[in-house]
Design a protein around this ligand. Structure first.
Ligand SMILES: Cc1cc2nc3c(=O)[nH]c(=O)nc-3n(C[C@H](O)[C@H](O)[C@H](O)COP(=O)(O)OP(=O)(O)OC[C@H]3O[C@@H](n4cnc5c(N)ncnc54)[C@H](O)[C@@H]3O)c2cc1C
Length: 471
């Protein structure tokens, strides 16, 4: 039986631990935050979680996440539903005139979702009762233990040193320390080359509030969960117990928009969005937070294999510690679940004793399966931030990147055509890879030959929002 140490008991640390323990590994999860997770029903009000900056930010689990969990950890979904998680089909929730009648296959678009503390409390509850998983909270990893190299010149991680000086030996360390994880110093201290790291400020800022309805109901969706307008994008994300979140996402370079941190200004701006305003005000609707602001989000990608050669063995990174982006497409949890399952698969095929092969095989699998999703998300974000800059400077953004034109065409088709809506759903909800979605040229050709408006839904110009702010 091998011993695996997972760093971080966030969404992906817990998922990874459960998957690996089920395959017979003995897994210890080290979590820096000391608080014991409360039952899911008390998590929103009673769980302090400074280690996860986005803990009270809007979250929505895509159908891809539901599919991954249904396959690999179905009891998480059962517990989530029992804890009040919302079962929702974003395609069938669209207005009838946009989605048409329900079709065979539409059930794939179903998901189960909740507010982030509720989601994580459910994962923590299932992990805590999974044989082979031990979770130690209030224990911070502080560096790697160097072991005997298995390949000449490549340092080997043989465990973890904690901030209390404890030494914990492991056959494999899985770094799930999230988007703020720094690794260079720890690698340098055991004589490893630095990993390949790409990092940039994504340039987005989130202004988000959570709401609750008096009767447990949910406002009707009049457009998709994520909508793009000239001055900002909006998200309207249903969650557990008749709660939901509404977010405004814009460029952090747009200084007048910083007034959106004031709830009255935020409300006034959304009053100019005819498909969104009813999520924020109406009979029985009550805000349960002020406007929570999150900025300084990095796009980051880290690779521990350079030019085909590992910089280290005995260590892999999963989830946000491997790569993270601006989260407006809501893909983090799905990518992390896919990634954790890839590691499970690699460890089924490669003996942990072959430390070099484990790192190489996981790197290859990551590059083939999850990196394309990361790259596509990053490319979308870069176009969108440039589009927001174009609105600010009065020079409308144009790009000759066919992928951006395609993204615009798909979004426009989704707004007007039931086939387009499903095509968009398969792509945006990560259910199928683009090559399979675009394989049926008869439908795709018809949908994508139409002219695509820059913004498919009625909404404010930037000047409208600046007026609302001034008023
Ligand atoms: C504003 C925002 C909104 C988002 N919305 C969505 C969404 O709608 N849908 C979606 O799928 N994803 C969303 N995401 C992404 C999602 O939150 C992440 O993908 C997910 O939280 C990553 O999980 P993780 O386990 O990799 O890291 P985290 O959840 O960040 O957990 C990392 C853990 O590591 C611990 N840790 C750190 N350092 C140490 C150490 N030295 N020793 C021990 N423990 C340590 C931390 O305390 C923390 O518990 C959003 C992200 C942001 C920023």
């Amino acid at each position: 039986m091998s011993t695996i140490t997972v760093l971080g008991a966030g969404m992906h640390g817990l998922t990874t631990a459960m998957l690996l323990a089920r395959d017979g590994h003995r897994v210890t999860v080290l979590e820096r935050d000391p608080a014991t997770p409360p039952p899911a029903g008390r998590a929103w009000d009673h769980w302090e979680r400074s280690g996860v900056g986005q803990f009270r930010q809007p979250h929505f689990m895509l159908p891809r996440w539901r599919e991954e969990l249904e396959d690999a950890l179905p009891e998480v979904l059962d517990d989530l539903v029992a804890a009040g998680g919302m079962r929702l089909n974003p395609i069938l929730a669209a207005p009838q005139e946009r989605r048409g009648p329900a079709r065979p296959g539409d059930e794939r678009f179903t998901t189960v979702t909740a507010r982030r503390p509720v989601l994580e409390a459910v994962l923590a509850g299932v992990a805590a009762r999974t044989p082979g998983v031990s979770i130690r909270r209030g224990v911070a990893a502080d560096g790697f233990l160097a072991g005997t190299p298995t390949s000449p010149g490549v340092p080997h991680v043989a465990g973890i040193r904690t901030s209390d000086g404890e030494r914990i030996a492991a056959d494999l360390v899985v770094d799930c320390r999230g988007r703020r994880a720094r690794m260079q110093d720890w690698l340098c201290a055991i004589g490893a080359r630095p990993p390949v790291e790409e990092r940039e400020d994504a340039g987005f800022v989130y202004y988000a509030r959570h709401f609750r309805s008096a009767d447990g109901g949910m406002p009707p969706a009049m457009g998709p969960l994520l909508q793009h307008y000239a001055p900002f994008s909006t998200i309207t994300l249903p969650a557990d117990h008749g709660t939901w979140s509404v977010g405004i996402i814009t460029s952090s370079a747009d200084h007048p928009m910083r007034a959106l941190r004031d709830p009255a200004v935020w409300q006034a701006a959304l009053a100019r969005c005819p498909l969104i305003a009813h999520w924020t005000v109406g009979p029985g609707i009550e805000p349960i937070t002020g406007v929570d602001v999150m900025a300084g989000l990095e796009d980051r990608h880290r690779r521990l294999v350079i030019g085909g050669e590992p910089v280290v063995t005995g260590l892999v990174t999963v989830g946000d510690s491997w790569a993270c982006t601006n989260p407006s497409l809501g893909r983090g949890a799905s990518i992390g679940a896919m990634h954790a399952r890839l590691l499970q698969q690699v460890l089924r095929e490669v003996d942990l004793g072959d430390a070099d092969k484990v790192v190489r095989r996981f790197d290859d699998a990551t590059a083939a399966v999850v990196e394309p999703v990361f790259r596509a998300t990053l490319a979308f974000d870069r176009h969108r931030i440039a589009e927001l800059a174009g609105e600010r400077t009065g020079r409308p953004y144009e790009s000759d990147d066919p992928a951006w034109a395609l993204a615009k065409a798909v979004a426009a088709a989704a707004a007007t055509d039931p086939d387009g809506l499903r095509l968009y759903g398969r792509l945006a909800l990560l259910l199928d890879p683009p090559q399979s979605v675009f394989a049926d040229q008869s439908v795709v050709g018809r949908l994508l030959s139409r002219p695509a408006p820059r913004y498919p839904f009625p909404g404010p110009t930037r000047a409208d929002v600046l007026d609302a702010i001034a008023a």
